[in-house]
Design a protein around this ligand. Structure first.
Ligand SMILES: [Cu+2]
Length: 316
């Protein structure tokens, strides 16, 4: 009997141990799986955008929340895109006809020397509808990116209707968005649930000024770019704070770069640009991801750059 009881006890103990082990294993698997999910979900998904001369190949809809917009330039010219939120009831065609086309006509006259900047701004203010720029919102994008390069910016998107456009000009002075680099984008209510990236560097922009490091270590960086107050200078002031990162491989001076950036960048570019964050509303942050090799670089703040808006720095 004693032996049977001992056997029964041993059996129960064994069953209990197996049950405990199974439970422990289940807990471990569950912990592992929720931790993987958290890591997986915490990182913003990448939305791939291919730019060619002159079109964007990209999804028509993207999820809201934190997303990484990655643009690969497969064209022969530099490209960029800025995303604008459209007001309720305003279509992509309205934006194109009532804002983009008048903007092009006025800026083209200035470039030709037919009218001065102040006159163009006053005329433009009368031509464009009340909802611009009061109700439209630039929500960021990827700045100038050289042919063959890929640039990444992480943004927090809200559900709504948007338009994305490239404001680079061809050698003949024609805006890329009028050649086909303009498309509608819908951001859905379905959220990525992703978290903001962890930055290891930061830049602050405010009233046309920037604060950035002058010495940067080589390697991968996630740079948080904080958009502060903008100076209300003209009808397009909401779009006047965009940052471009240039790699200075030749002897191009900051002054030459500033002169080239005046108004809209016309191809060809004197240097290779490697992206940056496009205009956003005050108080927002964009995260730029770059892999920097040693060399000379410059931050270029537009538009148009004034004294102090070109900040050279060394990666070493
Ligand atoms: Cu373009």
């Amino acid at each position: 009997m004693l032996s049977n009881s001992a056997e029964s006890f041993r059996h129960k103990l064994c069953n209990h141990a197996i049950f405990t082990l199974v439970l422990l294993a289940a807990v471990l698997v569950s912990c592992q799986s929720s931790s993987d999910n958290a890591n997986e979900n915490g990182k913003p998904p990448v939305v791939e955008i291919t730019a060619v001369d002159y079109a964007f190949s990209s999804p028509d809809t993207v999820q809201s929340g934190w997303v990484t917009l990655q643009m690969t330039n497969k064209g022969k010219e530099h490209h960029l895109f800025v995303i604008t939120e459209l007001p309720e009831g305003i279509t992509y065609a309205d934006f194109h006809n009532k804002v983009a086309v008048p903007l092009d006509s006025m800026r083209t006259l200035v470039r030709k020397g037919a009218i001065d900047t102040t006159t163009a701004q006053k005329k433009l203010a009368r031509m464009i509808p009340d909802w611009f720029p009061k109700e439209t919102k630039p929500i960021g994008g990827v700045s100038l990116t050289a042919p063959g390069r890929t640039a990444k910016t992480t943004l927090k998107l809200k559900p709504g209707n948007y338009v994305m456009e490239c404001y680079v000009r061809t050698e003949e002075g024609r805006f890329h968005f009028l050649r086909g680099m303009e498309k509608p984008l819908v951001v859905t209510k379905d959220s990525t649930e992703a978290l903001a990236p962890q930055a290891d560097m930061s830049i602050s922009l405010s009233k046309g000024q920037m604060k950035a490091d002058t010495l940067v270590s080589p390697g991968s960086h996630t740079i948080a770019v904080h958009f502060g107050k903008k100076a209300k200078t003209d009808p397009l002031y909401l779009y006047n704070q965009h940052l471009h990162l240039a790699r200075l491989e030749n002897e191009t001076s900051p002054e030459e770069l500033a002169d080239w950036m005046k108004w809209d960048p016309v191809m060809p570019s004197p240097v290779d640009f490697i992206g940056g964050p496009q205009s956003m509303l005050d108080g927002n942050t964009a995260y730029m991801h770059v892999d920097l090799t040693p060399g000379r670089y410059a931050w270029v703040l537009g538009n148009p750059p004034k004294e102090g808006d070109i900040q050279p720095f060394i990666v070493n």
